[in-house]
Write a protein that binds this ligand. Structure first.
Ligand SMILES: NC(=O)c1ccc[n+]([C@@H]2O[C@H](COP(=O)([O-])OP(=O)(O)OC[C@H]3O[C@@H](n4cnc5c(N)ncnc54)[C@H](OP(=O)(O)O)[C@@H]3O)[C@@H](O)[C@H]2O)c1
Ligand SMILES: [Zn+2]
Ligand SMILES: [Zn+2]
Length: 360
């Protein structure tokens, strides 16, 4: 059972959902004081990930209310613990999904702490001190320095925020499946939302031929124009799906709702791989024939480790990659969440928590 401890004396203003209506309301709460391994961060921006919506509405049945969502956080360091010397006051930093891990298991020692069995998340987790974690829809966050990354100086803090979850969640499986440093592959991205649009940008930056597989014909022009996709397949158009059979080496599926993997798997070449990063609340349909006739694989992937998050950030700094965002004020969070639920966002909402400090 979560509890409050004596060192939770820092009063923070934030926004929380209190029940499965998902409605977000202002919420004042306490955080721990900055410990020796912590940095305290003034939050500037926080992206609205579809995961926030799943948690706010208790889609997965695991929400502990009140939940303060937000794990695409950028801000400025305002306090540094004695062990957190790699950061200093004024540093531009980011916090993603991870708040803590055991630091000892095979995954933690190999910089894959995202797969630690004792992982604690930035919100709706229970921290080592027994307290529920609260995320970035708040003006201040206290984070263990081992789960904080530096933001390159040339990148703006608003459009970089979604890289902390959407970005690393698509970067990690691309790297893990040999799509980094091996240009010229045929890559598919299913679902052109927050995760999907970053995947397209990374795919192009890494030199691949990128096909978007989408339910939204209205996204085609932008996908090919601004985002640089090479092809666009409407997943509900059986002729287009048929024409795309056996054409792709690798597919990243970012869809947030239940769908059938069968038709999508048919787009893979023999021995191709589909990595599922979308997290629908219902089991997906996975027919065996497209798997066995094409010797195809289906895998999952969950965010990324901190070392590779920093690697991704630095790469984005070199290539000038940021996200396409709609910046909103905190009073617009509910409207934004409604629009996100209706698939009406290009391509990520980002909350201006501090109010117009984007030039920092
Ligand atoms: N694995 C991880 O570590 C991780 C990390 C972050 C998020 N996630 C999960 O990834 C999913 C996507 O997150 P997001 O923030 O990118 O969401 P998003 O911005 O809402 O994008 C999801 C996209 O999926 C497509 N889509 C939506 N409903 C659909 C339906 N019924 N059938 C087919 N396609 C549909 C839409 O693209 P089109 O209009 O192009 O069809 C939509 O833009 C969520 O479930 C989220 O919880 C997982
Ligand atoms: Zn997320
Ligand atoms: Zn561990």
């Amino acid at each position: 059972m979560a509890k409050e401890t004596q060192n939770h004396t820092l009063t923070v203003s934030g926004w929380a959902a209190h029940d499965s209506s998902g409605e977000i309301k202002p919420y004042t709460f306490k955080r721990r004081e900055n410990g020796e391994n912590d940095v305290t961060i003034k939050v500037l921006y926080c992206g609205i990930c579809h995961t926030d919506l799943h948690y706010a509405k208790n889609d997965w049945g695991i929400t502990m209310y009140p939940v303060v969502p937000g794990h695409e956080i950028t801000g400025v360091v305002i306090k540094v613990g004695c062990n957190a010397g790699k950061f200093k006051i004024g540093d531009r930093v980011g916090v993603g999904c991870l708040a803590a891990s055991c630091l000892e298991c095979e995954f933690c020692v190999n910089s894959q702490e995202n797969y630690c069995d004792q992982i604690q998340f930035t919100y709706n987790g229970i921290f080592w001190d027994g307290c529920i974690t609260y995320g970035g829809y708040s003006n201040v966050i206290v984070a263990d320095y081992r789960y904080v990354v530096h933001i390159p100086e040339n990148l703006p803090m608003d459009s970089v925020a979604p890289l902390l979850c959407a970005g690393i969640t698509v970067f990690s499986p691309l790297k893990d499946n040999g799509m980094l440093g091996s240009p010229g592959k045929k890559m598919g991205v299913v679902g052109l939302g927050g995760l999907g649009h970053v995947a397209v940008k990374f795919g192009k930056a890494f030199g691949h031929h990128v096909t978007v597989i989408s339910t939204s014909p209205s996204k085609e022009t932008e996908a090919k124009g601004r985002l640089g996709a090479d092809d666009f397949i409407i997943s509900t158009n059986s002729q287009q799906m048929q024409a795309g059979r056996r054409s792709l080496d690798f597919i990243l599926d970012t869809v947030s709702a239940k769908h059938s993997l069968g038709p999508i798997l048919e787009l893979l070449k023999v021995d191709g791989t589909l990595v599922m990063v979308g997290a629908p609340d219902q089991p997906l349909e996975l027919p065996s024939f497209p798997l066995i006739f094409g010797k195809r694989s289906v895998k999952g992937s969950m965010t990324g480790g901190i070392r590779e998050t920093q690697e991704m950030m630095d790469l984005c700094g070199e290539h000038g990659i940021t996200c396409d965002v709609e910046v909103i004020t905190p009073d617009m969070i509910n409207e934004a969440m409604d629009r996100l639920a209706k698939n009406d966002v290009r391509y990520r909402f980002v909350i201006d928590i501090a109010g117009g400090t984007s030039n920092l």
